[in-house]
Design a protein around this ligand. Structure first.
Ligand SMILES: NC(=O)c1ccc[n+]([C@@H]2O[C@H](COP(=O)([O-])OP(=O)(O)OC[C@H]3O[C@@H](n4cnc5c(N)ncnc54)[C@H](O)[C@@H]3O)[C@@H](O)[C@H]2O)c1
Length: 274
């Protein structure tokens, strides 16, 4: 088998859509056996089917990454099927508490950040908690479960999906921004703690990427024009732009890279990265 992930087993949370799905397909193209883990089993299974139809090997697993037992069962399913986990991309995430990932042609138009109840002063504890549970605690639980499996087989590579929103404050998205800033710090803590097991932990902080999550906004032409204007490379990102960064960090080409973050954002926050 050839490819930059040849012989490796990759587990991707949020693998049924957008960035996670792009990682599943890209990693499979590079020879990985792929565990597609997602809240939405139907969509995850169709990603696995797509990989198998192209001659790859894949299973799909249902998981809510905010539930510890489900995350443990997800890692166990990967090990039961493939014997190990070599690479993990923790991409499962939500933009706000009511967000539901959809097919591109059924994006809800009410996905907006300027709703009154999203502002800090009116935000409910329950909606704050849900975003932290999925975006931050879910990534921590994923890191913990896959690290246990990786530590038993000599190491591995973990990539956590953060965001430019972990660096830049966004109106109406305090929970999201805090969760993503937390993912970046979790990544650095994981890197120094897990190095002894041969596990590298890095993060990727996407800019504006065309997925279900940005779907309602990207259907608004003036919003897109504004975002393109503030992005030095003058375009929105594709899920493949993020998958390529994840592929590098999970591959042996990055064998001396840990505790790092890459921002594939077209230069959006070039001024405020540190
Ligand atoms: N799209 C962007 O512009 C952008 C920018 C920066 C960061 N991100 C981050 O990238 C990641 C992927 O987002 P996307 O844009 O591909 O969105 P998406 O909605 O297309 O994909 C997210 C996937 O995560 C799954 N998911 C949600 N909650 C889950 C849970 N509790 N357990 C398991 N799976 C769950 C969804 O079912 C979906 O398949 C997220 O962490 C997001 O915050 C996205």
């Amino acid at each position: 088998m050839t490819g930059r992930m040849a012989g490796k087993v990759a587990l991707v949370t949020g693998g049924a859509s957008g960035i996670g799905m792009a990682c599943c397909v890209r990693f499979a193209d590079e020879g990985a056996r792929v565990v597609v883990a997602d809240l939405n089993l139907e969509r995850a299974s169709s990603v696995s089917d797509q990989i198998m139809a192209s001659g790859g090997d894949s299973i799909s697993v249902a998981v809510d990454t905010s539930v510890p037992e489900e995350v443990e069962a997800m890692a166990a399913a990967a090990v039961d099927t493939y014997g190990t986990i070599d690479a993990c991309v923790a991409a499962a995430g939500i933009s706000h508490a009511d967000y539901v990932s959809r097919e591109p042609d059924e994006q809800a138009s009410e996905d907006r950040f300027d709703r009154h109840d999203m502002m800090l002063i009116d935000k409910s504890l329950a909606s704050w908690q849900r975003v932290i549970d999925v975006n931050l605690t879910g990534v921590m639980l994923t890191n913990q479960s896959v690290a246990k499996a990786m530590s038993e087989s000599g190491g591995g590579a973990i990539v956590n999906i953060a965001s430019v929103a972990g660096k830049t404050a966004l109106m109406g998205a305090s929970d999201y921004c805090v969760s993503k800033a937390g993912v970046w710090m979790l990544t650095k803590c994981g890197a120094i703690e897990l190095a002894r097991y041969g596990i590298r932990v890095n993060a990727v902080g996407p800019g504006y990427i065309k997925t279900s999550m940005s779907g309602a906004a990207t259907s608004n032409e003036s919003w897109v024009e504004e975002r393109i204007k503030e992005t030095p490379l003058r375009r929105l990102g594709e899920p493949s732009d993020i998958a390529n960064a994840c592929l590098y960090l999970c591959s042996d080409e990055a064998s001396f890279v840990t505790g790092e973050i890459i921002f594939p954002d077209g230069g959006l926050i070039a001024d405020s990265r540190s």
